[in-house]
Design a binder for this molecule. Structure first.
Ligand code: GRF
Length: 202
């Protein structure tokens, strides 16, 4: 069974969607550990409620980004994590981390990449005036939201949308495509060639 490690900084609603999908048998994986850089992250409580090992690692206790990432990687490796799932983890991973889990790190972004990368993808979409935005699950590379795209879903932007209303509409879709992407990975159906991801229909 695929063992995943989830990194989260906030609410953890994507973590919850993944937990629910695992518990209902839609995703064939187990969560080895949930790690947060925020002591008060709701994601940690969600993990605890489901009996999942969860830890807070304080970035202030590490001198550099690499040193902090090395601590995370050590925990992931100790738990035998095979796939790292970023679920609202508000830190850029160092090249050290990317190398340690090369092509084995996924992220979800609240916009249709390559549009609106970085923070506040939903606010960027509202401010720009696009009619359609969405969510993207992608593998993580050294860049910011630049890795090979696994799944995308389009979400309409309404005239009276605010960052909050659009975020809520996008989040509903995130909760569907993130578990799906993990399941495709667990089934060995994702083939990455260059920056293109093909989903094998086995
Ligand atoms: C989501 O909008 C996700 O796309 C972004 O951070 C947010 C995390 O939300 N990367 P949650 O903590 O999973 O509720």
């Amino acid at each position: 069974m695929l063992k995943i490690g989830v990194l989260a900084s906030g609410k953890g609603s994507n973590l919850q969607a993944i937990i629910d999908a695992i518990e209902s048998g839609k995703v064939s994986a187990t969560i080895g550990i949930v790690i947060s850089n925020k002591s008060n992250a709701c994601a940690l409580l969600r993990a605890q409620r489901h009996g999942i090992t969860s830890i807070f690692l304080d970035p202030k206790e590490s001198k550099t980004r690499e040193e902090y990432d090395a601590r995370i990687v050590a925990h992931l490796e100790k738990e035998g994590v095979e796939l790292v799932v970023l679920a609202g983890f508000m830190r850029i991973l160092s090249p050290y981390f990317i190398k340690a889990y090369k092509s084995k790190i996924m992220n979800i972004h609240p916009a249709l990449l390559p549009s609106f990368p970085g923070g506040h993808g939903q606010r960027q979409a509202v401010d720009y005036g696009v009619k359609i935005s969405g969510a993207t699950v992608h593998f993580v590379d050294e860049g910011c939201d630049t890795g090979p795209i696994i799944l995308q879903v389009a979400v309409p932007v309404e005239d009276d949308d605010t960052e909050e209303t659009l975020s809520a509409r996008i989040l509903e879709q995130e909760h569907k495509i993130y578990p799906l992407a993990i399941q495709l990975y667990a089934e060995g159906k994702l083939e990455v060639i260059g920056r293109k991801v093909t989903i094998r229909q086995k």
